[in-house]
Design a protein around this ligand. Structure first.
Ligand SMILES: Cc1cc2nc3c(=O)[nH]c(=O)nc-3n(C[C@H](O)[C@H](O)[C@H](O)COP(=O)(O)OP(=O)(O)OC[C@H]3O[C@@H](n4cnc5c(N)ncnc54)[C@H](O)[C@@H]3O)c2cc1C
Ligand code: FES
Length: 429
């Protein structure tokens, strides 16, 4: 065999390997996209929940492809019914039907609606537009959506601070028959059904709302997955949907209810009104769950999120099995942010319409916080990357996201509330 002939054989073998490799990659990708397509198809109105999306900070570096919204912009809804949900009347459910009478598209249990409220200020006699998000708190239905809103009180000991703007408005001024402007269901925090693992739902306070949607949907659809619900709340006077949850627990052998009262009243009886005295802690989860793989869904107040989410990971739960959502500012759950070093190049942020160029303060959590601190007039709503209100055009430069945006971001734009500049930046603000 000549040297040339041998070289040809080697070349042919290499080419063959390359071709096989390319084919493998092609078929893997194709099956991945087919999977996603299949999941999207299952999200048709007549079918129950379907899942396509990803969540958690681990995905923040991946390219973001916003899902197609069920309708564009805001759609008018009529408040069909208001139902107070707790003894203190601090949580009220609103049942919403579309004014156009058309059937509602399905959503993924765990998703939220975005509202644009026209709220008038008694002092100035002016009306301002306020955007807020509220999780859907029931299983998908074709005739109504339900949200459950907690009145946000002024911080304890600071009576001069006003109570929550939007929640007070909804509680005090929105009656049956009133109309509300609503954006289509959205959000990446929702039930993942691709892998039928047992499910642990953890809701603290009003963070119970997305869990209710997931729970109702799972049980109504006759799931055979084991479902645990850990509901952390002060006591019987601020627990919501107590009878409903107990009825579900009595009816479904695969549903395990752990209501946890951190400060039970004398009239609250352990074992009847609640199952555990104290908060929902990792200790409680370890004591009550079997040693096996679960999907965890967590939504609650800041201390709960800050202890449970990292705690679960330390316990050995794969971060891919932990899904969480925070109702507050995006900074509530921050994975380690690289600390600025003295040698780093200073970054200038230019707000072109305001005519200001300001040196970026690396201790600031977000461009929104930075803009507000420097008196730049920017619109905002959720402060959590969910509502899209703070979307701003980036004229030059780039931003880093601190978490995956839930809102659809147009090309060439960024969400100020969850981004920081990665280099000199010019914003159209
Ligand atoms: C994805 C998502 C889903 C959500 N789902 C739900 C849900 O299902 N149910 C629900 O009830 N909420 C939910 N929320 C929270 C909701 O969107 C609102 O943030 C909440 O209702 C508070 O809004 P607000 O306008 O009433 O309060 P804001 O006016 O935004 O005030 C918030 C708090 O700050 C206090 N405050 C006001 N001014 C000051 C000041 N100067 N200094 C210090 N404190 C001040 C207020 O007293 C209040 O306690 C969700 C949020 C997100 C992002
Ligand atoms: S304020 Fe809602 S996405 Fe930024």
């Amino acid at each position: 065999m000549t040297t040339g002939y041998l070289a040809l054989i080697i070349l042919a073998v290499i080419l063959l390997q390359l071709a096989v490799g390319a084919m493998l990659i092609y078929f893997r990708r194709r099956s991945h996209y087919q999977q996603l397509d299949g999941q999207t198809e299952r999200a048709e109105p007549s079918s129950p929940a379907a899942t396509t999306a990803i969540f958690a900070d681990d995905t923040a570096s991946e390219p973001y492809h916003p899902a197609e919204a069920a309708w564009k912009g805001f759609r008018e809804f009529i408040v069909q019914r208001r139902v107070p949900e707790d003894n203190q009347q601090s949580v009220c459910s609103f049942y919403l039907a579309p004014s156009d009478g058309q059937p509602l598209p399905a959503f993924k249990p765990g998703q939220f609606l975005t509202f644009k409220l026209a709220i008038s200020d008694a002092d100035t006699d002016q009306t301002k537009s306020v955007v807020r998000c509220y999780s859907l708190s029931d299983a998908p239905r074709s005739d109504y959506y339900r949200i459950s809103v907690k009145r946000a009180q002024a911080p304890v000991g600071l009576p001069e601070i006003p109570a929550g703007l939007a929640s007070s408005f909804l509680h005090d001024h929105i009656c049956e028959g009133d109309k509300l402007q609503v954006r289509a269901p959205g959000g990446h925090f929702h039930l993942m059904e691709a892998e039928p693992l047992p499910i642990v739902l953890i809701g603290g306070g009003i963070g119970i709302t997305p869990m209710l949607s997931m729970l109702n949907s799972l049980l109504e659809n006759g799931t055979d997955r084991e479902v645990w619900l850990y509901y952390g709340v002060g006591n019987g006077s601020d627990q919501i949907m107590k009878q409903h949850l107990q009825t579900l627990a009595d009816k479904h052998h695969n549903f395990h209810l752990y209501t946890c009262y951190s400060a039970p009243l004398e009239s609250d009886i352990e074992g009847i009104d609640y199952q555990h005295k104290g908060r929902v802690t990792l200790h409680l989860l370890r004591d009550t769950l079997k040693l096996m793989r679960y999907q965890f869904y967590v939504c609650g107040p800041k201390p709960m999120m800050e202890s449970l989410v990292p705690g679960l990971e330390e316990w050995g739960v794969d971060s891919g099995d932990i899904y969480y959502e925070s109702f507050g500012p995006a900074s509530l759950i921050k994975h380690e942010k690289p600390q600025p070093t003295a040698s780093e190049h200073p970054i200038t942020v230019t707000f072109s319409r305001s005519g200001k160029s300001i040196l970026w303060n690396a201790t600031t959590d977000s461009l929104l916080e930075f803009a507000e601190a420097n008196d730049i007039d920017v619109m905002s709503g959720c402060h959590a990357g969910s509502c899209g209100t703070c979307q701003t055009a980036v004229t030059s430069g780039e931003v880093d996201y601190t978490q995956q945006p839930d809102a659809d971001v147009e090309p060439g734009h960024c969400l100020l509330c969850i981004s920081t500049p990665s280099c000199d930046l010019t914003l159209d603000a």
